[in-house]
Write a new protein. Structure first.
Length: 531
């Protein structure tokens, strides 16, 4: 099967791209270096003043993708219409008809987001190469309405890491293996691997990922980017290849909090097709109002150490520096605010997830036009019949087969009991320390340094570190990872701010204040290894 031919970039051989793009890349790097320090408002001001156009900005990113992607494997498809879209954006700007805060801004999408254009939506699986969505995902529609230029689609862990517990982080049959821009033999995590790597490498102004169990937050920590998992329902899931409607949420990955906040604001809002949206009031109309460098003064920030400190020396060093900085910024730092994952959580969570996945993926496949498996049973059969393409020698499809075998109807009393119990346990594990210590938020290291990028490590490569995400995602609560430092060998480390339902605006503010005070983020060096 000609999987490579279906992607927009694999037609550029690595050797040819390296040889032909070196001079081009060097000249673009001068301008790209300026972009590294520019936020979306800065870029908008520059385009308003005629310093450059969306066409020029888009061309710069295309050059960077062609120069860097053969080493990174971060981008799967370049939108064949992108130059025309950028040209139309420039025309709107000339007649003062900008549509919104993202006018002319190039954005990459995770490859599980439907687009009603010539870009495939496969969730990384060759099984969906024949799928033909006819409508944009709701978040994509909102991006376009805000003026964004959809640059292309980013690689991901196939099926968002719900094919098998040993799935390879950042690998998909359609996109291959994604590498970490800081050290190329290290993983960018998953499942929003390509989105995080592309944001880190400045292959787009901002990217979108999706998070079901840490799939935005963890890659952000591993790639020195800002990753936002919003409260469930802040952004619609309509038109996104699903795992679970009780967990899935799209969110931004960016090089700074400002861009992440603006993008989250642009994609948020009510969607009649997604009943979890529409709570309202989570984000202010003026998202810039939460970006206050002094917002931490007087705020009570709890410290979560259990399972996260005493594991890695570099993580400990960076986290202690984080706590000192929070104190310097006027925060009241409160020790002992550990989020202890309930012992029974996974026992209730996994059966619920299996049932939700079976229900949701069957509905998505049945509703999506094109030539592809129309239900989970046929997906399982496809993988068995295409073992080489789907690298079944690397990892299997245990989640698929367990969901098909044991997944029950969502009206089933056993399922409903599992879901209700998991949600309540998860919420109490976060709300209890917040309430007991009268906290505004909790801070903790995001994850361990990036593990090696190979098919031996899998998504579980950082499992010695207690997950920051199980309770938060099961509760539907927000998290934000922000760059905090680096290991002695140059691997990125992040810290995570988490809170209760609808605390997104406050968390964005705390992350912004910390970012502005520390300014720790460094450019990727694309080192071959750390020795």
């Amino acid at each position: 099967m000609a999987v490579a031919a279906a992607t927009g970039l694999t037609a550029f051989p690595a050797a040819q791209a390296t040889q032909n793009a070196q001079a081009e890349h060097r000249s673009a790097m001068v301008r790209a270096a300026h972009l590294e320090r520019m936020t979306i408002p800065h870029i908008q001001q520059a385009m308003d003043r005629g310093k450059f156009t969306s066409q020029q900005l888009t061309s710069l990113y295309l050059k960077r993708i062609h120069a860097l992607n053969p080493r990174l494997g971060a981008v799967v498809t370049v939108n064949p219409d992108v130059k025309a879209i950028a040209r139309a954006s420039d025309q709107r700007r000339r007649v003062h008809a900008a549509r919104g805060p993202l006018e002319g801004i190039p954005v990459l999408l995770k490859e599980n987001m439907n687009t009603a254009d010539r870009q495939p939506t496969t969730a990384g699986s060759a099984a969906l190469l024949g799928a033909q969505p006819t409508r944009d995902a709701e978040v994509v529609r909102r991006l376009r309405a805000a003026g964004a230029v959809i640059l292309g689609k980013a690689n991901m862990t196939e099926w968002a890491n719900f094919r098998d517990p040993y799935a390879v982080a950042g690998w998909s049959a359609v996109g291959g293996l994604t590498r970490n821009p800081y050290v190329l033999d290290r993983s960018p995590g998953g499942s929003s691997s390509g989105s995080a790597a592309a944001a880190a490498a400045n292959l787009a102004t901002v990217t979108l990922g999706t998070d079901t169990g840490g799939s935005i937050v963890d890659p952000a920590g591993l790639t020195s980017t800002v990753g936002v998992r919003p409260t469930l329902g802040v952004a619609s899931r309509t038109g996104i290849v699903p795992i679970s409607s009780r967990h899935d949420t799209p969110g931004p990955l960016a090089r700074n909090v400002t861009d992440a906040a603006i993008t989250l604001s642009a994609i948020s809002g009510t969607d009649p097709a997604d009943p979890d949206t529409g709570a309202g009031g989570v984000l202010p109309t003026d998202i810039g109002s939460v970006l206050d460098a002094n917002i931490l003064r007087g705020k009570r920030i709890g410290v979560w150490r259990a399972g996260h400190t005493g594991v890695d020396r570099d993580v400990d060093r960076v986290f202690e520096a984080t706590i000192r900085k929070l104190e310097q910024l006027g925060a009241i730092v409160v020790e002992g605010a550990d989020v202890i994952e309930p012992k029974d959580l996974i026992g209730h969570l996994l059966p619920a997830l299996l049932s939700e996945f079976k229900h949701d993926i069957n509905a998505y496949l049945a509703a999506t036009p094109g030539s592809h498996p129309k239900n989970l049973a046929r997906l399982i059969k496809y993988n068995d019949e295409h073992r080489a393409v789907e690298r079944m020698d690397w990892f299997g499809q245990m989640y698929f087969t367990e969901a098909q075998k044991n997944g029950v109807d969502l009206e089933d009393p056993a399922y409903r009991a599992h879901r209700a119990t998991a949600t309540e346990l998860a919420r109490r594990s976060i709300d209890d320390p917040l309430e007991a210590h009268k906290l505004d938020a909790i801070v903790t290291p995001t994850t361990l340094p990036a593990p090696p990028v190979d098919h031996q490590g899998g998504e579980g490569g950082t499992n010695t570190f207690v997950s920051t995400t199980n309770s938060s995602v099961a509760a539907g609560y927000p998290q934000i990872s922000v760059p905090a430092g680096y290991t002695a060998k140059g691997l990125p480390l992040g810290v995570t701010f988490l809170g209760t339902k609808a605390s997104d605006a406050s968390l964005l503010g705390y992350a912004y204040a910390f970012e502005q005070a520390t300014q720790v983020r460094k450019l990727p060096r694309y080192l071959p290894g750390v020795g």
